[in-house]
Design a protein around this ligand. Structure first.
Ligand code: HEC
Ligand code: HEC
Ligand code: HEC
Length: 105
């Protein structure tokens, strides 16, 4: 019984750790836009020096879960969500580089 409990705790611990460790290497697809699918690449952003808290904070993407924030271009142009960085200062400007995010299939 004790061994089983230990096993469960270990598996839970490992799976939580994996859930936290994987997404930096993960890609998320935003496929609702008629402009084409946007692929968000976690590893690319990490290599570009972005820390978890730069995105996972109250104002931007509070939850580490896909689909909890609706992304609109109005918000991006207003300097929110992806637009916190994609404003021509911290990263390329969204207004002039649609196709760096939106890939037509
Ligand atoms: C450049 C921005 C950015 C950075 C940096 C970032 N994330 Fe994310 N992450 C996102 C976005 C955007 C989502 C999707 C949120 C949504 O759809 O509501 C997300 C989703 C996630 C998810 C859920 C994935 C899924 O399949 O549902 C996890 C877990 C996560 N991030 C963990 C991390 C961790 C850990 C770090 C730091 C190593 C990190 N993120 C860094 C932007 C970022
Ligand atoms: C915390 C800052 C930050 C946020 C927020 C952020 N990015 Fe980025 N992103 C970067 C940086 C830095 C780069 C590296 C390229 C550069 O410097 O312009 C990058 C690169 C990219 C690239 C690679 C494009 C190419 O041609 O190389 C894509 C695609 C991208 N981001 C999409 C997104 C999307 C979609 C979101 C929102 C879900 C987002 N990013 C949010 C900082 C950010
Ligand atoms: C930094 C990445 C990025 C850039 C650059 C970008 N977009 Fe988007 N766009 C997104 C994301 C993410 C979504 C959300 C898609 C979803 O929810 O499936 C989106 C959604 C959209 C939508 C549908 C929702 C809405 O707000 O209307 C349209 C239309 C759109 N983009 C057009 C454009 C055009 C036009 C440009 C260039 C002037 C552009 N986008 C540049 C990331 C980007």
């Amino acid at each position: 019984m004790q061994k089983l409990a230990f096993l469960i705790v270990t598996v839970l611990f490992l799976s939580t750790r994996m859930a936290l460790a994987v997404p930096a290497e993960k890609t998320l697809e935003f496929s609702k836009s008629p402009m084409g699918v946007v692929t968000f690449d976690g590893a690319l952003h990490r290599e570009a020096g972005q820390k978890c808290k730069g995105c996972h904070n109250e104002a931007t993407f509070p939850r580490m879960k896909q689909g909890t924030v609706e992304v609109t271009m109005d918000d991006i142009y207003a300097g929110k969500l992806c637009g916190v960085c994609h404003n021509g200062e911290r990263a390329f400007d969204a207004r002039s580089h649609c196709a760096r995010c939106h890939i037509k299939q």
